[in-house]
Design a protein around this ligand. Structure first.
Ligand code: SF4
Length: 253
C-alpha cells in the first residue's frame, strides 16, 4: 500500500513537472515567434510606454480606454485625446476637461460614460500626487489602484508590468482562453487564483512576462481564436491538451 502511494505520488510529481515543462516550452515558443515581430500599433498602451513621451497617468488612461474594446478603437480614442490635450497627456490638461467633453472625445472606445468616470476617479486619486504611480511600492500601488472605481486587476497589472516593470501577469480573455485550453486554468476561475498559478509556472522575469503576455494575446487573436481555433496550424499543438482531445474532429484548414 505504502509502495502504491509512493508510486502514485511520484507519478503525480512527474505529471506536474511534465505539465509545467510543456507549458513553459509552449510559452517560450510563442515568445520566440511573436515577440520580435510585434506591431506596436496593435498595443496602444505598450506603444506609449515604448515611446516614453507620455505622463504615467496618461498611460493609465490609455489602459482604461482599452477595456472591453478592440485595440483599434482604443487607439482611435487615444489619438483623439492626444489631439485635444497634447501628446504628453498631461494630467493638468486632463483635469480641465468636463466629464461630458471627455465622454465625447473617448467615444470610439465604447462605454465612454463609465470610462470617463473612471478617468476622473484616477485623477482624483493621483492627480495631486502623480509621482506616486512611479515611486510607490508596487504592492501598495496595486491596492490603491484597485480601490479606484472602474479599475480592475487587469488594468492595475498592465500598468505595473508595462510601466513599473513589476513581475506580474495581466490576463485578458485571450490569455484566459489559452490557459484553459492548455489545461492550466478553468473557465471563470477567480483572476488572482489563476494568476498566482501562472506566476508559479513562468520565470519571475518582468521582461519575459511582458513578452509572454503580448505573445499569447497575438496567438489568441490569430490562431487560438475563441471559435474554431486553428490547431492544425498551431506551432505548439504538440504541447496542447485541447488539441490532443479534439484533433479527430478538427477541420483540415
Ligand atoms: S493547439 Fe489549438 S487550442 Fe492549443 S494552443 Fe494551439 S490553437 Fe490553441
Amino acid at each position: 500500500m505504502v509502495a502504491l502511494l509512493k508510486d502514485s505520488a511520484s507519478h503525480n510529481n512527474e505529471s506536474t513537472a511534465t505539465k509545467k515543462e510543456k507549458f513553459l516550452r509552449a510559452v517560450k515558443t510563442l515568445v520566440k515567434i511573436y515577440y520580435p515581430n510585434i506591431r506596436l500599433d496593435d498595443f496602444p498602451s505598450y506603444k506609449l510606454v515604448r515611446d516614453r513621451v507620455v505622463h504615467p497617468i496618461g498611460i493609465l488612461v490609455s489602459i482604461v480606454l482599452s477595456q472591453n474594446t478592440s485595440d483599434k478603437n482604443a487607439g482611435i480614442a487615444l489619438q483623439r485625446l492626444k489631439e485635444r490635450i497634447g501628446n504628453y497627456l498631461d494630467p493638468n490638461k486632463l483635469k480641465e476637461l468636463s466629464a461630458e467633453e471627455l465622454e465625447e472625445i473617448i467615444k470610439p472606445s465604447g462605454m465612454q460614460r463609465q470610462k470617463s468616470r473612471t478617468i476622473i476617479n484616477i485623477l482624483r486619486e493621483f492627480g495631486g500626487d502623480p509621482d506616486a504611480l512611479m515611486v510607490e511600492d508596487p504592492v501598495r500601488l496595486r491596492e490603491r489602484l484597485l480601490r479606484i472605481e472602474g479599475v480592475g486587476p487587469k488594468t492595475a497589472d498592465v500598468f505595473l508590468l508595462f510601466v513599473r516593470g513589476y513581475p506580474t501577469f495581466p490576463m485578458d480573455t485571450h490569455i484566459r482562453r489559452f490557459l484553459e485550453r492548455m489545461g492550466i486554468g478553468r473557465r471563470n476561475e477567480p483572476y488572482e487564483k489563476l494568476q498566482e498559478r501562472v506566476l508559479q509556472l513562468l520565470p519571475r522575469d518582468p521582461k519575459f512576462l511582458l513578452a509572454a503576455h503580448l505573445a499569447i494575446i497575438i496567438h489568441g487573436r490569430e490562431i487560438c481564436k475563441a471559435r474554431n481555433p486553428l490547431c492544425r496550424k498551431c506551432v505548439i499543438n504538440s504541447f496542447c491538451p485541447y488539441h490532443k482531445r479534439n484533433k479527430a474532429q478538427e477541420p483540415k484548414r
